[in-house]
Design a protein around this ligand. Structure first.
Ligand SMILES: NC(=O)c1ccc[n+]([C@@H]2O[C@H](COP(=O)([O-])OP(=O)(O)OC[C@H]3O[C@@H](n4cnc5c(N)ncnc54)[C@H](OP(=O)(O)O)[C@@H]3O)[C@@H](O)[C@H]2O)c1
Length: 269
């Protein structure tokens, strides 16, 4: 059965490879990127590939800007009656400017808060047993809520990234509890897969990105993972596993979700 699947950051890396795999299975992919030109070029490339059996609808939004995230949700709701899967894949490690227009750290904005807002807004659109796949990482460290809220600057890129990636695993657990009709998974797609992020930031070629795309596609459309909603799949070991211990602390997870909700309310969202 053809599924409708929104993949954020599907103009490059693991997101692009996942789009390619899901299109080969005949699904309808909502291709997303922050650059219109890159989205159009990617759409043309994918549609021109022999294995493509699915359909593409393009969407453009800069996920570092919460007003743009909100506009994306409105566009998706206006153009689609239902979605089966949301893959919150877009992510950032380092950039020249790390404070966003909303006064947030870029990593928390793109990697944690934008996917939270997107998921929340798209809830009415999910079909029965809809799925949310949240890209986390093996890099996880305890979240400083002041940093998450932009009240404190994190000097080190790796520290900001690792906090943002535990934060997305944390709210995944809460969403799975709150919305039992949904399946919500956090996933480390595999460490040091050879995407632009890894090449630019670690200076290495990295491993085959299809390792990550395969696990993301499986969690998105496969069978057998239904009992694990809210859990963290660690593709370095090929199974569901424990995130950083803070991610299992219900009080901390609740506080994190409350902080994100308060921040979004402050931003008028
Ligand atoms: N590669 C790994 O080993 C690895 C390991 C663990 C977790 N992950 C996670 O996997 C996900 C995919 O990463 P990747 O390795 O494939 O990296 P990538 O090649 O750099 O892809 C990241 C994607 O996110 C998009 N993006 C970044 N900032 C954005 C913004 N402000 N608004 C909208 N889109 C934005 C990028 O858009 P552009 O195309 O415009 O740049 C790109 O399509 C990320 O969440 C990453 O943290 C990766």
């Amino acid at each position: 059965m053809q599924k409708t699947i929104l993949i954020t950051g599907s103009t490059d890396g693991i997101g692009l490879e996942t789009a390619r795999m899901l299109l080969a299975q005949g699904h309808h992919v909502l291709l997303h990127g922050r650059s219109l030109e890159k989205v159009q070029n990617t759409e043309n490339t994918l549609l021109g590939e022999e294995k493509c059996r699915g359909k593409i609808t393009p969407h453009v939004a800069d996920l570092s800007n919460m007003a743009d995230v909100e506009a994306l949700t409105k566009m998706v709701i206006a153009n689609h009656d239902q979605i089966d899967v949301l893959i919150n894949n877009a992510g950032v490690f380092k950039a020249a400017t790390t404070i966003t227009i909303d006064g947030l750290d870029l990593r928390f904005a793109v990697n944690t808060i934008a996917p939270f807002l997107l998921t929340q807004r798209l809830l009415p659109l999910f079909c029965e047993a809809g799925r949310v796949i949240n890209l986390s990482s093996a890099a996880q460290s305890p979240v400083d809520l002041d940093a998450l809220l932009g009240k404190k600057i994190i000097a080190e890129d790796f520290a900001a990234y690792a906090q943002s990636k535990l934060a997305i695993a944390s709210w995944s657990r809460i969403f799975a509890e709150r919305y039992p009709e949904l399946l919500v998974f956090a996933v480390n797609p595999g460490s040091l897969l050879g995407s632009k992020m890894v090449k630019d930031n670690f200076g290495i070629a990295g491993s085959d990105i299809s390792i990550g795309a395969r696990v993301v596609s499986r969690l998105a459309c496969g069978e057998g993972d239904e009992a694990f909603s809210g859990e963290y799949f660690d593709n370095d070991i090929g199974r569901f596993s424990q995130p950083h211990p803070d991610g299992l602390d219900s009080e901390k997870n609740q506080a994190l979700v409350k902080a994100i909700e308060n921040k979004l309310a402050q931003l008028g969202l």
